[in-house]
Design a protein around this ligand. Structure first.
Ligand code: NAP
Ligand code: ZN
Length: 352
């Protein structure tokens, strides 16, 4: 199949910095939408993949799954998008559409394997893997393109495509409601969206953080209270009081201190630690009939619902806009816990 060559940024090995690369994109097919990328968010998963933390990374890795842009071309079979539309692409670009997961609008769990936006086998250009949004354009199946409300700030909308849906989905699945006491663990890209959403749903939101200096920001973002997880007195005071915990810690950790915060029958959802966790004490969940659950992004239908909710309630991310050339220092800052609260790349910087 014929392809076009475009500019991108990626890593050629787990120990290498990201650098300019040329990559191939497929030509627009019958059901495809071609998007000129204007902004792309920087997710901690991008870093995990570049550094091969989860194993199985294929190089070059071109990350980026918080993509915002304008439609520049559509295939003959596309009637729901037109040139000029403001659109987004999140963590997935394809799935089988026929398995029971896809039928339930849970494409992220496609039984035949969802095609993720980067580092998945590329069905259209065999022998290569998918390349993400650290690039000037992308060609995506119309069913994986999201409509972005025009009233929202374009750059600040990018992180909704991953950080947004990843925190929205568990809050929605576990039916967090007005008056619930909700703890969001970890104030980074995901955590700051979790605080905003839990607040918008009417919950009493407690930011649970290792960083006392983030306390004031947490309150500006919508937290009603701040709990420093290293402070044992404070942790004891909140013991047995939470209806729901959203845990965004990006690495394996000891869950026992957090489980102690849950009420009877309450749930802690893990989204961050996609790796072995430290052993936890069975008594931590047996006492109080508590639950630990997991969650992976969200389906396409749910992602659209989240974006529409954000449009209605004027919710976006708090971002630091960077040029593509600044990406390596941004990665250092994310891993050293110094991001307020999501980096977004201005893709114009790659086009110049
Ligand atoms: P991030 O911006 O780096 O935020 C993570 C936050 O966790 C940090 O700001 C820090 O907050 C806290 N933290 C970091 N190290 C910690 C430690 N050792 N112990 C306790 N707290 C710690 O990362 P992110 O982009 O929000 O992503 C979070 C994780 O979710 C990553 O692992 C990412 O790969 C994963 N993820 C999962 C999904 C999914 O679908 N399940 C989707 C996207 C991302 P404080 O300073 O407040 O403590
Ligand atoms: Zn992500």
């Amino acid at each position: 199949m014929s392809t076009i060559t475009i500019k991108a940024y990626g890593a050629t090995a787990s120990t290498e910095d990201l650098k300019p690369l040329n990559i191939e994109r497929r030509q627009v097919g019958q059901d495809d939408v071609k998007i000129d990328i204007t902004y792309c968010g920087v997710c901690h998963s991008d870093i995990h993949t570049v550094r091969n933390d989860w194993k199985g990374s294929k190089y070059p890795v071109v990350p980026g799954h918080e993509i915002i842009g304008r439609v520049v071309e559509v295939g003959n079979g596309v009637s729901n998008f037109k040139v000029g539309d403001l659109v987004g692409v999140g963590c997935m670009v394809d799935s089988c559409h026929t398995c029971s997961a896809c039928q339930q609008d849970l494409e992220q769990f496609c039984e035949n394997g969802a095609t993720f936006t980067y580092n998945s086998p590329n069905k259209h250009i065999p022998g290569t893997q998918t390349y993400g949004g650290y690039s000037t354009s992308v060609v995506v199946d119309k069913q994986f393109v999201l409509r972005v409300p025009e009233n929202l700030d374009e750059a600040a909308t990018a992180p909704l495509l991953c950080a947004g849906i990843t925190t929205w989905s568990p809050l929605s699945h576990w039916k967090v409601k007005k008056g619930d006491k909700v703890g969001v663990i970890g104030l980074g890209g995901l955590g700051h969206m979790g605080v905003k959403f839990a607040n918008a749903l009417g919950a009493h939101v407690v930011m649970i953080t290792t960083s006392p200096e983030k306390g004031e920001d947490a309150k500006k973002l919508g937290a009603h209270d701040v709990l420093i997880s290293k402070n044992q007195e404070g942790m004891k005071k909140h013991q047995g009081s939470f209806d729901f915990l959203l845990n965004t810690i990006p690495v394996g950790h000891d869950m026992d201190p957090y489980l102690a915060l849950l009420k009877i029958d309450a749930t802690m959802v893990l989204v961050g630690a996609v790796e072995p966790l430290k052993p936890f004490h069975g008594g931590s969940i047996i006492m109080g009939r508590k639950r630990i659950a997991g969650s992976l992004i969200g389906g396409i239908k749910e992602t659209q619902e989240m974006l529409d909710f954000c449009g209605k309630h004027n919710i976006t991310s708090d971002i630091e806009l960077i040029n593509m050339q600044d990406i390596n220092s941004a990665y250092e800052r994310v891993t050293s816990n110094d991001v307020k609260y999501r980096f977004v790349i201005d893709m114009q910087s790659l086009k110049n």
